[in-house]
Design a protein around this ligand. Structure first.
Ligand SMILES: *Cc1c(COP(=O)(O)O)cnc(C)c1O
Length: 413
């Protein structure tokens, strides 16, 4: 145990206790394979490891850190609330939940907010709401409700959700799975129309597939889904957990096509990069179907979460983060497109969010991420050859330029 608190002795030392098999975290279950860095501090777009080396964070905890690490306004909201009350449960009202819900509903242009904690819980909640709406409002036969989803989706890690994933490592050995989902190719709205039956209650889609590698659907896809759902009396449920709250240069990725879904599923940045805060947001005619006792969470909507979530929503309400993501995103796009044919085979950019496909000649996505790590840049690979870039929106253009120069150096190596 003493190895964990020993002073760093030299390169590679001081990371943490080494287990018998050489693992840096011998007591942590191995459901992740993190890059070789142990972060001790973070501020804005930067983090510092246990040896004092600084890294520019181009992952931002998968968009949970859109506002940067420890944004002073969010930390102030947290500390102020910590001095009052942290947790009440929903058995009683707290004076923080309604202000948070009112602000978030207004940001979304909706009536009601159902607060939860993690993204996966927001998705599960959306599924339950859609099914209840199907039986109680649409009149679907008991236990027959179906939901259309897309191939390549990522909606979280619960057993129901991984059951309609097509990522084998997410599914294998975790069955049996919840029935009631029909998967169609992503980006093909007519495939959705063809999959809808009288029993279909919802279309659940990521407006941009983040884990899939920042896959941007063809223009008009979301508009067409909106039309189909309206025509066929099916709910349009948009998982904006990663794409929403400023990342794409708009409040929501659905705004890129001027589309309003029936339910927004939100998470990640809703907690300001400080706490897990998620929510389902919709109108009375849909979200109003849930009655007392039918759904809940001990921590969902707790006063700390509501205080931080309210501040995050207030920061988005000004539009400044969306504007900044849009402007920096154009800068990032120009920088990345210059790599096309020079170690990069494809670039997909939406706001300050990019999927970059690495030419296999230059290494795998993981190898590029490891080389960038050595040069002080944190990114995450996905699906073998892709690296995903999602910096905190507080990043500066000059910092992006520096990171792009590091990418050039690791690609040219
Ligand atoms: C991250 C993510 C989730 C799951 O959120 P967790 O907080 O990890 O449970 C769901 N949907 C999308 C699109 C995500 O990116």
């Amino acid at each position: 145990m003493s190895a964990a608190v020993r002073e760093p002795q030299g390169p590679g030392e001081g990371v943490s206790a080494q287990g018998p098999d050489g693992a840096a975290e011998p007591h942590v279950a191995r459901n992740y394979a993190p890059l070789e860095v142990t972060i001790a501090r973070g501020e804005g777009a930067w983090v510092t490891d246990v040896e004092g080396k600084r890294y520019l964070d181009l992952l931002a905890a998968y968009s949970a850190v859109n506002f940067g690490h420890r944004h002073p306004a969010l930390v102030a909201a947290l500390e102020e609330q910590l001095g009052r009350v942290a947790l009440t449960s929903r058995a009683f009202r707290s004076d923080r939940l309604e202000p948070f819900a009112a602000a978030l509903a207004e940001l979304c242009g909706k009536d009601l907010v159902l607060p939860m904690n993690t993204g996966a819980e927001a998705v599960e909640t959306g599924i339950k709401v859609a099914r209840a709406w199907g039986y109680r409002v649409k009149g679907v036969r008991p236990d027959a409700a179906r939901i259309v989803v897309a191939h390549g989706n990522f909606h979280g890690r619960t057993t129901t959700i991984v059951g309609f994933s097509d990522d084998e490592s997410a599914r294998d050995d975790f069955g049996p799975f919840t029935p009631g989902f029909d998967a169609v190719p992503y980006g093909d709205a007519e495939a959705i129309a063809a999959a809808i039956t009288d029993d279909t209650v919802a279309v659940l889609i990521e407006p941009i597939q983040g884990e899939g590698g920042v896959i941007i659907p063809p223009d008009g896809y979301l508009r067409r889904i909106r039309e189909i759902c309206t025509e066929r009396n099916v709910l349009f449920v948009a998982d904006e957990i990663q794409s929403g709250l400023g990342r794409v240069g708009e409040t929501f990725a659905c705004d890129r096509e001027g589309v309003v879904p029936d339910l927004y599923l939100l998470g990640k940045a809703l907690g300001g990069g400080i706490l897990p805060v998620s929510a389902v947001v919709g109108n009375e005619d849909v979200l109003g179907v849930i009655r007392p006792g039918e759904h809940g969470s001990t921590f969902g909507g707790n006063p700390l979460a509501a205080a931080v979530g309210l501040r995050a929503v207030e920061m988005l309400a000004s539009g400044e983060f969306q504007e900044r993501a849009k402007a920096l995103g154009e800068h990032l796009r120009a920088g990345l497109e210059a790599f096309l044919g020079h170690g990069v085979t494809a670039v997909r950019v939406a706001g300050l969010w990019a999927g970059v496909d690495i030419d296999p000649d230059r290494g795998t996505g993981r190898e590029i991420a490891e080389r960038l790590l050595d040069r002080g840049v944190l990114v995450k690979d996905t699906h073998g050859q892709t690296i995903r870039i999602a910096p905190p929106i507080v990043v500066r253009a000059t910092e992006l330029d520096w990171a792009l120069e590091q990418l050039r150096l690791v690609l040219d190596r």
